[in-house]
Design a protein. Sequence first.
Length: 210
Amino acid sequence: MNLILLGAPGAGKGTQAEVISAKFNIPQISTGNILREAVKNGTECGIKAKSYMESGALVPDEVVIGILKDRIAEDDCNGGFILDGFPRTVPQAEALEAMGVNIDKVLSIDVEDAAIQARISGRRVCEKCGASYHIEYNPTKVEGICDKCGGNAVQRKDDAPETVVERLKTYHAQTAPLIDFYAEKGKLVRVKGQDGVAETSKLVMEALEA
């Protein structure tokens, strides 16, 4: 099963992707994590991406698509994959089709902007493995320490309040049109994001198995 997860920043895409990945045994491909790793390592792609990410703007398509092509070609994607954070624009979706990548379903997690802003302020991400947590809804067992690998779970710069406002503006202008794009192709499934992770997961599984 090849899936795309859509939703505003903080809608819970990363957390639900982990749940889906475990259930169907397919890898979660987070372009955000791949890009942040490139920035951290100071690669050519990372240097290009850094200024865009820190201002809350989208990284140019050619940079993201180059990374994604390499990732999808890896053996663990043979049985399917989950794209979390890509595509973010209609041109990217068209580029994905041009690559010959077949997408079975596109899951949109819908959450109001006000709830998003409150939610992101509590988000923490592991510096080491990229696992996502929330201090209220999905806390680490030990404060500030990743349950999975023992790395530091921290608030990212792009989760700061002023950056979140810009990210939401960017989402509505450039990413939201993907909902209509995939709806017209009959691949869109919409789920209303709940306050609790488990409640959202239940709705997600019902939508995917329908």
